[in-house]
Design a protein around this ligand. Sequence first.
Ligand SMILES: Nc1ncnc2c1ncn2[C@@H]1O[C@H](COP(=O)(O)OP(=O)(O)OP(=O)(O)O)[C@@H](O)[C@H]1O
Ligand SMILES: [Mg+2]
Length: 245
Amino acid sequence: MKPIELESICKTFHLGDTLVKALDKVDLCIDRGEFVAIIGASGSGKSTLMNVVGCLDRADSGQYRLEGQSVRDMDRRQLADIRNQRIGFVFQGFNLLARTTALENVMLPLLYYRGSLPAGKARQRAVEALQRVGLADRMHHEPNQLSGGQQQRVAIARALVNDPAIILADEPTGNLDSRTTLDVLALFQELNDSGITIVLVTHEADVAEHARRVIEMQDGCIRRDLLIANRRRAEVTALAGRRSS
Ligand SMILES: Nc1ncnc2c1ncn2[C@@H]1O[C@H](COP(=O)(O)OP(=O)(O)OP(=O)(O)O)[C@@H](O)[C@H]1O
Ligand SMILES: [Mg+2]
């Protein structure tokens, strides 16, 4: 059973009188444990694809099976549960709550889920997620007391706290400098090495090279789908080693 299977997925937006085919018969299979980068020009459909894959938006037509289950047949509540339990989201702008500590931000997904955990257990899970991203010592800081890279790591901890099978990241390094970008990529690679399937949208070719598979979108279609060599990955592994030592 593959985590992500799209078959002939279409999504059209209406802009006044014009129709924009944001996704035009997209077929895409992503296997467990893959690390995939999605590239392509602005407006090519990358975010629309991520929104459909993340069940934030529905396709107009086509089949989408998430971990073998047809998303079309799910009601709102099932979709909310699957988003909360199976998928972690990371965005360019971090999307952390202001005036709220890192720890509280990371605990939020645990509180939204029905039948939520007892507070002590939730706190413990959030602390563990912050440890995983190397930020346990900043857990009482609020976003404006953290650097951009640290804020993104808090957002990644929040994405991890429910132990997702899949992480979807839309331009996660778009607001970061090159050094911090490498740190965040190293973290994604560690998570991928632990078995999490990662799909990451990026504008930057050198970011895409850290993935093992690169998919290029053009006008709502997949134009290219390539496996890439391991050179870049080796560099990131070396960096990840330095960071944790
Ligand atoms: N909610 C919407 N309403 C109308 N049109 C939309 C909407 N969302 C996306 N589009 C259109 O669909 C197309 C694909 O948009 P999408 O956001 O997926 O592109 P993208 O590849 O993520 O671009 P970028 O790199 O700039 O983020 C674009 O032409 C866009 O204008
Ligand atoms: Mg986009």
